[in-house]
Design a binder for this molecule. Sequence first.
Ligand code: PMP
Length: 383
Amino acid sequence: METSQRIARSQPLATTAMHGRVDAMKARGEEVIDFSIAISHFQAPESVLQAVRDGLKQPSLPYTTVGGDAGIRARLAAKVSSENGIAASASEIIVTNGAKQALYQALYVMADPGDAVIIFKPHWPAYVTTCKLLGLEPVLVDLPATVSAEFLDSLPPAKILIVNNPHNPTGGVLRADEIERIAAWLKRTGTRAIVDESYEKLIFEGVHTSLAARPDWQQIGIVSIYSASQSYAMMGWRAGFAVAPSNIVTAMETLQGPITAAAPMLIQLALASAFESGEPMAMLHEYRQRRDMVLDMVHGLPWMTMRCPASGPYLWGDVSALTMDTKQFAEELLNQYAVALMPGDALGAPGFIRIGYISDDIATLRRGVEAIIRYGNARYRAR
Ligand code: PMP
């Protein structure tokens, strides 16, 4: 059967496509080490599991209002107010099935086809793919080491700026002065912002500052997105939310109503409990050990430079010294060594590779990185 022209023109999301390929290989009984995305092997916090058990004892689990149960939204408003410094009321919160749904809906209701959306690169592939699905114009701009006023003034006019802080894939965390400059620029230019703070709980060094932590966030037009996926190792729960001016929340509800309606009540309970469970210290401790182990392993390789990331579940390696196509790097590594990773091409940065280092156990991580090193060494010698 033919598909619509609209979807025929679209590409699947590179990260989920690679992950799907790995899953299919595993289903055929092949052994693959998967660094293509970051899927935590941690369980959700115990308080989340308890909230779900308690939820199951309720006489029924009804539909809630599309944007989420009023009590849940109030709890999430309290979270962003106390932790992020964003003064928001329950009517400025919308619960979604993960950050991806919040992103799609925010872009849909904030911009019209043809509108420009600035995305800093390297970037999470979903920003570009979602813009394209919606007929928006992604404008990719290299993210500099420091976000200066001069850099911001050099940006082209756009309807929306997407800010991913903490940043996937580099692990960078914007400093407070950079956040302040972005806010001033948004005000000066009238550009709106979508801020994806999905990695806010995975910070090793530095302090996370929310762009919307200011009294005029509604006037500037800032939408902040949060997710339990990475912050609490709850990828498969599909639990996230957005904080937005109330008219934007209402518009997002108009869109969400006929698609998923409200997020499942059990998931709403899990989401609020997750964000009330504090910092995921044990998880962070283990992630840091893994990060440092891999950095030690690759230290001194002549063909790869890898900076120590301040946050997040990824390592971002510059392999441009290999002078090869990084899509080919990923293909050969998967086919010859059964290790999957993301080539930087999909993230707007050919010449780089991204390793999601939190899936599987440490021994598997070590084996996978050893395979990458063997492959890279061979390619380096063959240059
Ligand atoms: N934003 C970014 C930048 C991400 O990398 C991820 C995880 N891949 C998410 C959000 C999480 O999305 P979701 O909440 O839909 O799982």
